[in-house]
Design a protein around this ligand. Structure first.
Ligand code: PHE
Length: 446
């Protein structure tokens, strides 16, 4: 139909593309440190609950809009609104989504750049025979070096935008197809290693022993935002992927498969990382550096650790690459919709995101103490507000449109499956997902 949309030739290709968008820093980097900062099991339990009652039904809502509209997000929303006699303004959800991913990509690229740095270090044997304390201070020294950080951030943006500019993400999905299973193997090996560590019992207890006392409004809000972030829901980024879903594919089944995998990857990284934390007496509330300090320690204790570590960062890079392409695509697609050529659109968006990303780079050195809202410096701000607030707002609007505004027949046929399944989905979205998201969002405002 138009060049902004990918074509999925098989059910497998669709599932892989959505998995590529979903599995990324959210699972391996963000989930563990958010869990650490938000009281362990309290956060974990809420996150799984929100994935099931909000993430899954809203992911179906988002993808079915793309599937029913068979156009890029803003056009699909406009077309479906028109078909249902609803206001054409619904299409602005697409613009809001593009703004959200803009800010997310700006910090996502900076953190993915850390993986490039660590990949190179691992290959050069930079972690051999280092003590945990040395590994920790090397990370701090890296963060304090804006030039090295900028270099890696630039490299990652180039990697992302060159694929987006060429419009060949299909090729990358194929690479993903081979690399992702390897990442899962390494995570399983890490999980196996975690079982042998002295801190494993403490990690399991901390992650899985219910601790309702630790739940407060902030924890609830963070867990909800993380459910959206990790599934890549709420920014219309997955909507475009729905447009070329094969006719016969079951949307609910595909989405459930992706969510299960997504949770499994997060749990495995969490178990591995917290086992190291409790074995070495590290601080679970360490924050965004958690993974970069704990995993090199874990790998250094495995036989052949350097090779595992290098392989891990290479695979993590591929995982973040496929997510960042998904993050960039809605913005580029929007410009293409406005008549731009793909290459130019990618260049402009890439340059803007890169420039804003520099503020995140500097948040670890020069701008560390410049606070934008409350105690938050720029990195703290962009890595929390767009994922934890903007994505749920976007998801909420998408869900209201799909469950209340779209023609029911159009929504039902895009969801697929029996009529009872459609009624169940719509009932859950209307009476559980939408009110719950709204209540959590509103209560965080007051
Ligand atoms: N889900 C991705 C991750 O976990 C991040 C993402 C968010 C991608 C929103 C696309 C849209 O890393």
């Amino acid at each position: 139909m138009n060049e902004t949309l990918e074509r999925w030739h098989s059910r497998r290709a669709f599932i892989l593309a959505v998995t590529g968008a979903a599995v990324g820093l959210g699972n391996i980097w963000r989930f563990p440190y958010m869990t650490g900062e938000n009281g362990g099991s309290a956060f974990l339990l809420l996150y799984i609950l929100f994935v099931v009652v909000l993430g899954l039904p809203m992911m179906m809502a988002e993808i079915l809009i793309g599937r029913a509209g068979r156009r890029s997000p803003m056009q699909a929303l406009a077309y479906l609104a028109n078909e249902a006699g609803a206001s054409p303004h619904w299409r602005w959800i697409g613009l809001f989504g593009a703004l959200t991913v803009f800010f997310i990509l700006s910090f996502y690229s900076v953190v993915s750049g850390w993986s490039i740095e660590y990949l190179v270090d691992a290959v050069n044997g930079g972690f051999v025979e280092r003590t945990p304390a040395q590994i920790g201070s090397a990370f701090d020294a890296f963060l304090a070096d804006p030039l090295r950080m900028t270099f890696n951030h630039t490299l990652f943006m180039l990697l992302t935008m060159s694929v987006v500019a060429a419009g060949v993400s299909n090729g990358l999905e194929k690479l993903n197809n081979v690399m992702m299973p390897l990442l899962y193997v390494i995570l399983i090996v890490l999980g196996g290693y975690a079982v042998t560590t002295a801190g494993f019992g403490a990690a399991m207890a901390w992650l899985f022993t219910p601790n309702p006392a630790a739940i407060d409004l902030q924890v609830v809000l963070n867990a909800m935002g993380h459910a959206f972030f990790t599934l890549a829901v709420g920014a219309c980024a997955l909507m475009a992927y729905g447009a070329y879903m094969p006719e016969e594919q079951s949307l609910p089944r595909a989405v459930c498969a992706v969510a299960l995998l997504d949770i499994a990857v997060a749990l495995l990284s969490g178990i591995a990382i917290f086992s190291v934390v409790f074995t070495h007496g590290l601080d679970p509330t360490e924050g965004p550096g958690l993974m970069f300090v704990t995993l090199p320690i874990a790998f250094s204790e495995l036989p052949g650790g350097q090779i595992w570590l290098g392989a891990f960062f290479l695979l993590l890079l591929v995982a973040t690459w496929t997510s960042s392409i998904n993050l960039a695509e809605p913005m580029v697609a929007m410009l293409i919709g406005a008549g731009w050529r793909r290459g130019r659109a990618a260049l402009l968006i890439g340059a803007l995101v890169w420039a804003v990303g520099l503020l995140s780079v500097l948040s670890f050195s020069t701008l560390a103490d410049v606070h934008w809202i409350g105690e938050m410096n720029f990195f703290a701000l962009v890595s929390t507000v767009p994922p934890d607030i903007f994505l749920p707002i976007g998801g909420l609007l998408i869900a209201i449109f799909a469950a209340w505004r779209m023609l029911p027949e159009a929504a039902a046929s895009a969801l697929g499956g029996p009529a009872a399944g459609f009624r169940l989905w719509r009932g859950v979205v209307r009476y559980v997902s939408i009110p719950l998201t709204a209540v959590v969002l509103l209560s965080s405002l007051i």
